[in-house]
Ligand binder design. Structure first.
Ligand code: SAM
Length: 357
């Protein structure tokens, strides 16, 4: 048993059952937990993300950053912010493109919000020596600076914890995780929630993410105050629905969410309708939700792939095409082109943005 699993079981044994939200938060963000103790990417890790599949992903976001800056009236300075930058691959690919726009490059500052010390190290090695722009790291969004800004979040919101409620005959009970001395198990809070009135059938599960919704509201207020744009890319769904999307992935396989706590990546699909609603309450402009396929096609993924292929050998051409296909395929609902969605939240004067037409 890992040191974290041992600590967690003792904690639950002493304090009593904890909510799914607390479990997810502890497993991912505890100093002995998942993100603090490993590099989870790549073939030897647990998962792979879009920028790790193809350099074109980050490059197109570099183009998006230039277009955003132009729609702001080409201000003297721009703050480029990434939330959860992983290995720094997306930012590195985007900066290679942004660097070509001299007047933007001169006034650019990069800010990265990252909780993992291991991944911060990767980001520093990847970015500091390659790009002559100021780069700053933050533990949370609380310390982000003001000024015109473009914020990017790819697979960041899915890591924010969810709460589960299950409909019983007396009302909604919160799902909890307890420890019986041997294993971690799901249970329910003994009393129903007094203020929950959502209509549903017995056994239905309601998954909500108040922490995500509050985060998006803070970010929407930020883009509103500083004439900025926030681009959210993640896997999720556009219409509210009942069900449980809480999942654990280890070594590219789905595993039991309660087995090996702190050793698997825990996420839940993003409810984009809840994000859009929370952001709109601030007065920020919220785009329509588009699939990753439609967004990347509108941003020119095929033209860029053709350009790269022109200078590549047959092996490299195959790799480029396979990468693009993986990012935009929507043959199955679980393919990245369909499952992943893109939403922008912006100052109303900057609406509409490229990729959403
Ligand atoms: C699934 S990875 C995505 C990485 C990157 N955006 C990409 O597309 O490759 C999630 C990233 O968010 C970071 N992260 C997760 N929760 C965080 C939090 N609460 N605050 C800051 N960073 C967080 C992780 O350390 C990691 O860098």
């Amino acid at each position: 048993m890992s040191v974290f699993a041992d600590w967690l079981k003792t904690f639950i044994a002493q304090e009593g059952p904890i909510s799914v939200e607390r479990y997810m938060e502890l497993c991912l963000s505890h100093p002995l937990g998942y993100y603090a103790t490993r590099d989870p990417f790549g073939e030897t890790g647990d998962f792979i993300t879009s920028p790790e599949i193809s350099q074109i992903f980050g490059e197109l976001l570099g183009i998006f950053a230039i277009a955003t800056w132009q729609s702001m009236g080409e201000p003297q300075s721009l703050t480029l912010i990434e939330l959860g930058p992983g290995r720094g691959t997306l930012m590195s690919d985007a900066l290679r493109i942004v660097r070509r726009c001299e007047p933007l490059w001169r006034g650019l500052e990069v800010h990265l919000v990252e909780i993992s010390p291991v991944l911060r190290q990767y980001q520093q090695e990847r970015l500091i020596s390659s790009f002559a722009v100021p780069i700053h790291w933050h533990d949370s969004i609380a310390t982000l600076p003001g000024g015109h800004c473009f914020l990017l979040a790819n697979e960041f919101f899915d890591a924010f914890p969810v709460r589960h409620f299950i409909k019983g005959y007396q009302g909604w009970h919160e799902r909890q995780i307890g420890f019986d001395g041997e294993t971690l198990d799901f249970g329910l809070s003994p009393d129903p929630e007094p203020h929950m009135t959502v209509q549903a059938s017995e056994g239905d599960i309601l998954e909500i993410a108040p922490r995500r919704n509050s985060l998006v509201q803070q970010l929407a207020s930020h883009v509103l105050a500083h004439k900025g744009v926030l681009l959210i890319m993640d896997y999720g769904y556009g219409e509210p629905t009942f069900g449980d999307t809480f999942q654990a992935v280890k070594a590219h396989q789905y595993v039991d969410v309660l087995e090996n706590p702190g050793e698997a990546d825990l996420t839940a699909h993003v409810d984009f309708s809840a994000l859009a609603k929370a952001a709109a309450q601030t007065g920020a402009a919220v785009s329509r939700l588009v699939s990753q396929r439609d967004f990347l096609l509108a941003m020119g993924i095929e033209a860029r792939a053709a350009q790269l292929c022109d200078k590549a050998d047959a092996l490299q051409q195959n790799k480029i095409r396979l990468g693009v296909e993986r990012l935009i395929s929507d043959a199955e609902p679980t393919d990245m082109g369909a499952l992943f969605k893109v939403l922008s939240i912006s100052h109303p004067s900057l609406h509409p943005l490229p990729g959403f037409s």
